[in-house]
Design a protein around this ligand. Structure first.
Ligand code: SER
Length: 878
């Protein structure tokens, strides 16, 4: 056995299986092309269609071989506490889709292990599934002694990626690290939880397709799926105790050492943090490179949780500034030659990590303080669920992180209570979201369902037709089915087929008319209250409509044309945003009306003016190139295969509609569109804003609305230019100059006022006289000043007197008199009472007021009485 680097092991594995006839295949994205899985967690994930014989490998290949990046977080709690688990790891694999099977696979695994890697045969142990005698015989034939083969049950030796899909019994190969690694138990054997027998290779005999009901249907052919954890085999070949000491991960642990000034291997708690930071930073970086952004659900939540957990560990080691982004360079250096996506997305990874660190960092300290307080107050050893919820909701602590922090102190978290709080929050959000929709439909509810049951789904004609003669099937008024709608009535009408588009997928509903010889009905809106049922919201203008009538249904064509332009423009903007910002941009929502559109998407920071301009330029270029637009129906599977963009989390049926803008954009979409891009005319982005964490929104207008928008801007500019008396294009320059002058003038004015006030105070101070009680008093007028300035003046007087004293000051503001009396504590001790003085002198200015002995003030109505008031004060005090 000789030392091999991770890079050498990768290459030896892939070329070994290439020589056996497998095709070398790139790692697939961490985002699986498979709605049943959140993240790619094994090498076989990208080959599911091949196992199911839906796709076929070209000849002469007998299989494929890969090194696959994987993320698994099911055992996140133990990551770092053992040397064998990681959230991100690389899996070496080879796969056969009905070509080679057990016999070949076992022979090759044995050959690769003993001859290529040079593992001593006597250290290898093999397990097989309970009744798999055939595989036992194969291992024996290869020379494996009986006592190195054992049978294990479903948990160890039956493999599946998820609840359903290709799966089968497996045989695993273990490396015996020696007794010194073991638990010492006489029963210690492969499968034991201790570190002696290290499972490094799993050979799965993929024979079944697991069904939803738990049954197994044999696959058409017998397949092979193998997986060897790169870090595990590297640990064996590099003679180290744990995966974290193998070449790649050790270099990442070193990044943590230098950031924190700690040394790995000296303290168990520090080691745990360093391991978690090394592992999670890598998972986080790779996930971002594949287009995942931190969020509160799905993959985004897995990412956020890993990222925040790592940040928390750094925080515990004394890091209080963002640091996790600093792992990115080392990750790229170590792994960029295998995974080009991390080289391309280096900047994106760094920026997303940094922005999430900043977001979380701001709350981290406060959240920790909140938790410490909650724990200090705690009676018993369970943290209430609402506390964990506040930490989640207010401070952004993933509940798993809270659990871990509590666990360190032997405290449990009431997860049920936490779940209840989360559910209540979801309920509140749902209630808020559906309130409008419910308000609109609550009176219909069941009726629409009854109609759907009776008449079935409505055929939509509007992709090709703007009008049609169709039969009226049902009428609704005040929440009840009725036989007739009379002139003046408002209600809903269901037709057998309709050119009216019902509000869906962000596109608003059509308006128009339903008419027959003696009746006209205005369609105010169109909705789909039940799946497939189109209901027209109507007002009968004249005549009457009864069920069974044939009406001429005609949409408002100019309005629909504007909607079409906006809808196609939305797709073009989506494409352009991805070009400019990157592939992490995903649609998160949209609204397509006749006069504007908006598009929400994932992105981690505000767009710059240049980026907005570039998106606009690209979008308009596509518009002017006049690409044909058409739609076609296909199966969901083939749409996915063709790389058509779909909304994550959206449920699609088996057949889907693809909207194809020839040459650059394919999206699943049920909306209505222009037939060539130049019909859009021109698109103009009007705003770009934030609508949540990592969610941005652009709003835009097209065609005549874009023209109107530009005209409005131009008119504003013209008006401003006229005001400023400069040519149109000098407006910004002149405005900047004016603002500068204004600021200078303001500063100058402030300085002047200051001087006046100072001068005033100097004059007052020189008039200071001794009060009867012995302390100096300043009595006089400040001229024009407000109450705040007067209080400042008293502060200045007091400071400049440099000894105990008092003042009675008067001023006027906008013609209204203000009086202020104030004294130092010593003056008050000597009998000065500001409140009493103000009360006594305020009538002179027709005012009232009061306060404490140390300070009092009054406003009044008659400024001409100021002198009299001051005179009264003099009489009282001097
Ligand atoms: N799919 C199996 C595993 O992940 C073998 O590749 O262990």
């Amino acid at each position: 056995m000789k030392y091999m680097t991770s890079a050498e092991i990768r290459e030896k594995y892939l070329s070994f299986f290439e020589e056996k006839g497998c095709k070398r295949w790139p790692s697939s994205s961490l985002i699986p092309d498979d709605p049943s899985l959140l993240l790619t967690s094994a090498g076989m994930v990208q080959f599911k269609p091949y196992f199911l014989q839906q796709k076929h490998l070209e000849t002469p290949y007998i299989g494929t071989t890969t090194v696959q990046k994987c993320v698994r977080t099911n055992d996140i709690d133990i990551i770092g506490t053992t040397g064998r688990h990681q959230s991100f790891f690389e899996m070496l694999g080879n796969f056969s889709f009905g070509e080679y099977f057990k016999e070949e696979m076992c022979a090759w695994a044995y050959e690769f292990s003993t001859e290529v890697l040079g593992l001593p045969a006597e250290r290898l142990y093999f397990t097989v599934y309970l009744d798999d005698d055939e595989t036992i015989e194969i291992w024996k034939k290869l020379g494996v002694p009986d006592d190195h083969i054992s049978r294990l049950g479903e948990e160890d030796n039956f493999w599946r990626a998820g609840p359903t899909g290709p799966c089968g019994p497996c045989s695993e190969i273990y490396y015996d690290q020696g007794e010194s690694f073991g638990c010492g138990s006489p029963d210690c054997a492969p499968g034991c939880d201790c570190d002696r027998f290290l499972e490094y290779w799993n050979l799965v005999f993929t024979q079944y397709d697991g069904q939803e009901d738990g049954s197994f249907v044999p696959l058409p052919k017998k397949n092979i799926d193998t997986g060897m954890g790169l870090e595990r085999i590297a640990a064996i070949l590099q003679g180290v105790q744990s995966n974290y000491e193998t070449d790649v991960l050790r270099s990442l642990v070193a990044v943590g050492e230098s950031l924190t000034g700690t040394v790995y291997g000296e303290d168990a708690a520090t080691d745990l943090s360093l391991r978690i930071m090394a592992d999670h930073s890598r998972a986080v970086a790779f996930m971002i490179a594949d287009g995942i952004l931190p969020s509160n659900e799905g993959r985004g939540y897995v990412l956020r949780r890993l990222l925040r957990r790592a940040v928390m560990k750094g925080h515990l080691l004394g890091l209080d500034k963002p640091f996790l982004n600093e792992y990115v360079d080392e990750i790229v250096t170590l792994m960029g030659h295998v995974y080009p996506e991390i080289v391309e997305n280096r900047e994106l990874m760094r920026r997303v990590i940094l922005s999430e660190e900043e977001r979380f960092g701001a709350n981290l300290r406060q959240g920790r303080a909140y938790l410490d307080e909650a724990l200090a107050e705690l009676e018993g050893d369970v943290l209430p669920g609402d506390r964990a919820f506040t930490l989640h909701d207010t401070y952004g602590f993933p509940v798993e992180v809270t659990r871990e922090l509590c666990d360190e102190r032997g405290i449990e978290v009431d997860m049920e209570g936490f779940g209840r709080c989360m559910e209540e929050q979801r309920e509140r959000a749902r209630a808020a979201n559906t309130k409008d929709a419910e308000a609109a439909w609550s009176t219909y509810g069941g009726v629409m369902n009854e109609i759907l049951e009776a008449v079935g789904a409505t055929e939509f004609l509007g992709y090709t037709k703007n009008d049609a003669d169709v039969r009226v099937l049902a009428l609704v008024k005040d929440g009840q089915q009725v036989d007739v709608l009379e002139a003046g009535d408002e209600g809903r009408i269901v037709l057998e087929a309709t050119p009216f588009y019902a509000e869906k997928g962000g596109q608003i509903g059509d308006t128009g008319t339903l008419s027959k010889d003696d009746a006209t009905v205005r369609v105010l809106d169109t909705k789909e209250p039940e799946k497939g049922l189109i209901a027209h919201t109507v007002q009968v203008e004249s005549g009457r409509i009864v069920a069974g009538d044939t009406v001429h249904a005609a949409i408002d064509v100019p309005r629909r044309e504007r909607i079409r332009r906006n809808h196609t423009a939305t797709h073009i903007l989506h494409w352009a945003l991805r070009q400019v910002l990157g592939d992490h941009v995903k649609q998160a929502g949209s609204y397509v009306a006749d006069n504007r559109l908006r598009f929400d998407f994932t992105h981690f920071e505000a767009m710059t003016t240049e980026q907005i301009a570039e998106v606009e330029r690209l979008a308009n270029e596509k518009i002017m190139e006049n690409h044909p637009v058409h739609a076609y129906e296909t199966s969901l599977a083939s749409a996915r295969e063709a790389g058509v963009m779909a909304l994550f989390g959206e449920k699609y049926g088996e057949f889907v509609r693809v909207l194809d803008i020839e040459g650059f954009s394919q999206e699943l979409c049920g909306g209505t569109h222009v037939s060539a891009t130049s019909e859009i005319g021109f698109v103009k982005i009007t705003t770009e804003t934030s609508v949540g964490a990592n969610l941005r929104r652009v709003e835009a207008v097209t065609s005549f609305d874009a023209l109107a928008y530009m005209n409005r801007m131009e008119a504003e500019l013209k008006e401003t230019a006229e005001e400023l008396r400069v040519p149109l294009l000098d407006v910004s320059e002149r405005t900047a100059a004016n603002v500068k002058t204004l600021k200078e003038l303001q500063a100058k004015m402030k300085r002047n006022l200051q001087t006046i006030a100072d001068d005033g105070i100097t004059a007052l101070l020189s008039s200071a006289a001794d009060a009867k009680a012995g302390y100096p008093v300043v009595i006089g007028s400040l001229g024009e000043a407000d109450a705040g300035q007067m209080r400042n003046a008293w502060d200045v007087v007091r400071a400049r007197l440099g000894k105990p004293g008092a003042a009675v000051l008067a001023a006027s503001k906008d013609g209204k008199p203000i009086l202020l009396a104030a004294g130092s504590p010593e003056a008050v001790d000597a009998g000065f009472d500001a409140g009493a003085i103000i009360k006594a002198i305020a009538p002179n200015v027709k005012g009232g007021g009061g306060g404490k002995a140390a300070m009092a003030q009054a406003g009044g109505k008659d400024a001409s009485g100021i002198e009299a008031a001051l005179e009264a004060a003099r009489e009282l005090l001097l």
